[in-house]
Design a protein around this ligand. Sequence first.
Ligand code: NAI
Length: 285
Amino acid sequence: KDVKGKTAFITGGASGIGLGIAKAFYNAGANLVLADIRDDLLKSAAEHFDDPARVLCLKLDVTDREAYAAAAQQAEDKFGKIHLLFNNAGMGVGGPLAKLGFDDWDWGLGVMIGGVINGLQIVLPYIRKHGEGGHIVNTASKAALVPVTAFSIYGTAKAAMLGLSESIRGELAPENIGVSAFCPGPVQSNIGETGKIRPDKFKKDTGLLETEVQLAERPVSDLWMSAEECGERVLKGVLNNDLYILTHPEFKKGVEEKFNAILKSFPDEPINEERAKAIAFLLRN
Ligand code: NAI
C-alpha cells in the first residue's frame, strides 16, 4: 500500500491527533481534507503545510449530515477521489453518572458515534466508487480496551469504535478497503478545550460545565505521546492494514486481565456440537 497522491479526509483534523495524522500522511505524499468544527484551529493548522494545493480546510460539524455531504463533495471536486477516511473528531465529554444529563449523552454519543456513522454513510461511497481501495481509521481510545471509571459516555462511544471497526472490516476487505481501530493512550492535544466547543443547545441538562472548566486547567504532560508520533503510528498501521493500532504497552496488562475475565466467564461446559453447527454462521474462524 502507498498513500502518495491519495486523499485523506480527516475529521477533527485541525488539532491534536487529527493534525498529527495529517502531518504524517502529508509527508508521505497524501492530499489532505481537514474537516473541523473550529475555525481558529483550522487557520493555524493550515500553516503547517507548505503546499496549499494539497490541503483543503473545511469548517464542519460532523453531526450535520447536510453539511457533511457538501464537504465530501467539495473534497472530491478538489482532489478527484477520496481514499482515506479518519473518523477522529471527538472531545473529552464525561464525568460521574450523578453529574450526567441527557445533553451530555446526546452531545457525546452524537459526535463520537453519530459523527462516525455520518462519515461512513457519506464518505465511504466516495471511497468505494473509484475501485482503487482505501482505508478507514476510527479513532477509539485506550478507554475502549481498559475502561476508565466515571467516564461512561466516552467509554461507551469508544467501545463502539471497536465493534464498528471489527464488524465492517471483513465486509470491506474484498474491495481492498482496510479498517483500523486506533486506540491511543494519553496524547498531547487540545482535548482540554472540550468546554469551548460544547454547543449552547447541550448546556441545559448537564452537570459537567464545571468539570469542563477544570479540564481546561489540567496540564498536558510532556510524557504523553506527541500527536506527531501518534500520526506516524497511524500511518504505519494503515500501510500494514492493522485492525488494531495501539500506542502504549503500559495498557497491555489491563487488556490481558479483561480478556482473561471474559474467558473465565464462559460456562465451563462441553460444546454442544449440534448447536455449534446450527450457529456456525455466527462463529468466527
Ligand atoms: P483535540 O481537541 O486536540 O482534537 C479534536 C478535534 O476535533 C478538535 O479540533 C475539535 O474542534 C474537533 N471536533 C470536536 N467536535 C467536532 C465536531 N462535532 N465536528 C467536527 N470537529 C469536531 O483532541 P484530540 O485529543 O486530538 O482528540 C482526537 C480524538 O482522539 C478524539 O476522538 C479523542 O477522543 C481521541 N483520543 C484522544 C486521546 C488523548 O489523550 N488526547 C487518547 C485517546 C483517544
